[in-house]
Design a protein around this ligand. Structure first.
Ligand code: ADP
Ligand code: MG
Length: 272
């Protein structure tokens, strides 16, 4: 490993700063690689030798019962929780265990939490604009002039999250589902290579859930996406490869059809 590759995005600010993710080397395979990750809380193993590989451009679904370790896995990837053992690599050469949460975001890993954290008193457009800016003070960001390229990026993101018609609307007036899409859009303005979504359709209507499925399918390819979700209809809409976590390890991995025929998966998660 060369130290020069550890901090590819150095120079911008953390959080909503711009991300230079070109430093991620995926030329020899996966974008994310977890090997034998163990996390213990007071002796209880939330993750138990978890090994998982995500390919570049992939849309991977993670399912599993409550307490299986899904959120803890995302915490380890984003640096919120440190593994007691095992390794976690972003591309070939970025050892995430050596980076802070801010540096991991900077390196090109974006995470969306369940509760939307949009700026309610700003428009949809301004929210995307703020997400793109390095200077995090709202006033400084909104006073800076946008370049043509930046305007185009905001426009493309508005299309992708299907909020073009709401661009001038205050974010606080959006529906729950629309706020979630806006937050995904804000994440995308940072140009992450890998996007982590924990239960993105929780609380959404059926129609919003369907539209979120379309959105995520459109993200894959350009981004690698890892989605944790309980909604099996949603999973069925977007799934290629699905990983089942159970007691902190991978119980099974495969297409949804393969998993539906797997006795162990039926027993611990899908039910009869
Ligand atoms: P999931 O997201 O699959 O429902 P979690 O990763 O949230 O599961 O939790 C896995 C297990 O680890 C659970 O038993 C949970 O209670 C435990 N756990 C998670 N975070 C902590 C923590 N900070 N302290 C103690 N136990 C935790
Ligand atoms: Mg969870």
């Amino acid at each position: 490993m060369t130290d020069g590759q550890v901090l590819p995005g150095e120079g911008g600010s953390a959080g909503y700063g711009r991300v230079a993710s070109e430093g991620v080397d995926t030329s020899h395979g996966p974008i994310l690689y977890l090997e034998d990750i163990t996390v213990s809380f007071d002796g209880f193993r939330a993750l138990n030798k978890l090994t998982l590989t995500i390919d570049e451009g992939e849309l991977r679904c993670i399912i599993g019962p409550n307490g299986a370790g899904k959120t803890t896995m995302m915490d380890v990837i984003t640096g919120k929780t440190r593994a007691d053992a095992g390794s976690v690599f972003f591309g070939q050469s970025i050892d995430l265990s050596r980076l802070s949460e801010a540096q991991i975001a900077q390196a090109g890993i974006g995470r969306k939490f369940q509760k939307p954290t949009v700026f309610e008193n700003h428009t949809v457009f301004e929210n995307l604009e703020l997400a793109m800016k390095t200077d995090k003070t709202v006033r400084a960001s909104l006073q800076a002039k946008l370049g043509a390229q930046q305007l185009e990026r905001i426009g493309r993101t508005l299309d992708l999250i299907q909020l073009s018609e709401q661009a001038g609307k205050m974010a606080g007036l959006l529906s729950h589902g629309q706020k979630q899409w806006l937050e995904i859009g804000m994440l995308l303005m940072q140009e992450p290579k890998l996007v982590l979504l924990d239960e993105p359709v929780a609380g959404m209507t059926d129609e919003e859930t369907e539209r979120t499925a379309d959105l995520l399918k459109n993200l894959a390819g350009e981004h690698s996406v890892v989605v944790v979700e309980h909604d099996m209809e949603f999973i069925a809409r977007i799934a290629n490869i699905v990983t089942v976590l159970h007691e902190g390890s991978v119980l099974a991995e495969g297409t949804l059809d393969q998993l539906k025929a797997n006795e162990r998966v039926i027993e611990v998660y899908l039910g009869r």
